[in-house]
Design a protein around this ligand. Structure first.
Ligand SMILES: C[S@@+](CC[C@H](N)C(=O)[O-])C[C@H]1O[C@@H](n2cnc3c(N)ncnc32)[C@H](O)[C@@H]1O
Length: 278
């Protein structure tokens, strides 16, 4: 583990794309086919293995097709899952229910807005050992989001999305136990108003607002590492417009995503003598 920035958290690099995503998912024939970006099973497995213990409570408040939940269940963790889309909740329920350990280990599976999870899951406040979230990218006008639930963050423009993430991370802080860990997957997303959107700085400040400590930064390679080099295929040529002039260019493709690991601090011990006279 290296620390290139003396003021930043420790840095790690995880090569969790050594196998193509389709090949990774093929090892789980019961996982449903998905029409939207998902977390790679190898990444979900490593997060759950390294950041929790058997018997712990692992939550995914944006569970999608259930990749994190399936890994958590297979690794003998208790599972809490939330998603705002009924189809995602149904997919995750079907996959989890097919496993014999589900009745003992699946705690709750809810269709809900992650922003409200702290109010809805009252009995789990301060109980989660690990929460994993991979929020969708904000809407940039390049695709229709009309079919999505009103609560889906993918419907929000980048500024509203930033605001919503403050509420999501606050809900995570409520559900985490002291010392518990929150892993947030962030990825560059499409350009908006000429800017390449990087949700990383806003995620870090939203976590600080929620009282969470930035514990570790993980660079997740999204392309395989072979003989010490990243094998990223070039992105297909795209039509771009620069100062009203249209051109076709080959853009670089992203070769990594980021995982920010945050920890909920333990309450500080009272000062000696504090409260003695109250
Ligand atoms: C990239 S997917 C998550 C993948 C998932 N972690 C897995 O293991 O496969 C993002 C998910 O966030 C969900 N989502 C978006 N906004 C949400 C919200 N406000 N509350 C709950 N879920 C939300 C979407 O429905 C989508 O399923």
């Amino acid at each position: 583990m290296a620390t290139p920035d003396p003021h930043g958290p420790p840095l790690a690099v995880w090569p969790t794309a050594q196998q193509a995503l389709a090949d990774q998912r093929a090892q789980y024939p019961d996982l449903p086919p998905v029409a939207f970006p998902v977390m790679a099973p190898a990444l979900a497995q490593r997060l759950v293995t390294e950041l929790s213990q058997p018997g712990d409570l692992v939550a995914d408040l944006m569970c999608g097709s259930g990749t994190v939940c399936v890994e958590a269940l297979d690794l003998e963790r208790h599972v809490l899952a939330v998603d705002c889309e009924p189809a995602c909740v149904a997919q995750t329920r079907d996959t989890l229910d097919a496993r014999p350990q589900a009745p003992a280990l699946v705690e709750q599976l809810w269709q809900a807005d992650a922003r409200e999870a702290g109010d809805l899951l009252v009995g789990y406040r301060g109980c989660c050992d690990l929460i994993v979230i991979a929020p969708p990218a904000p809407a940039t006008g390049s695709r229709s989001t009309d079919s999505l639930q009103p609560a889906n963050l993918a419907r929000l423009d980048p500024e509203a999305h930033d605001g919503a993430m403050v509420d999501v991370l606050a809900a995570c802080a409520v559900l985490l136990r002291p010392g518990g860990c929150l892993a947030v997957l962030t990825q560059y997303s499409p350009r908006w108003a000429g800017r390449l959107l990087d949700p990383l700085p806003r995620t870090v400040s939203a976590a600080a607002e929620a009282g969470l400590e930035y514990h570790q930064h993980i660079i997740v390679l999204t392309h395989p590492l072979r003989h010490g080099r990243i094998h990223a295929r070039p992105a297909p040529p795209r039509r771009i417009t620069v100062s009203s002039t249209a051109a076709v260019a080959t853009l670089h493709s992203n070769a990594h995503a980021n995982i920010c690991l945050f920890r909920k601090p333990f309450p500080s011990a009272p000062e000696v003598g504090e409260g003695l006279n109250q």
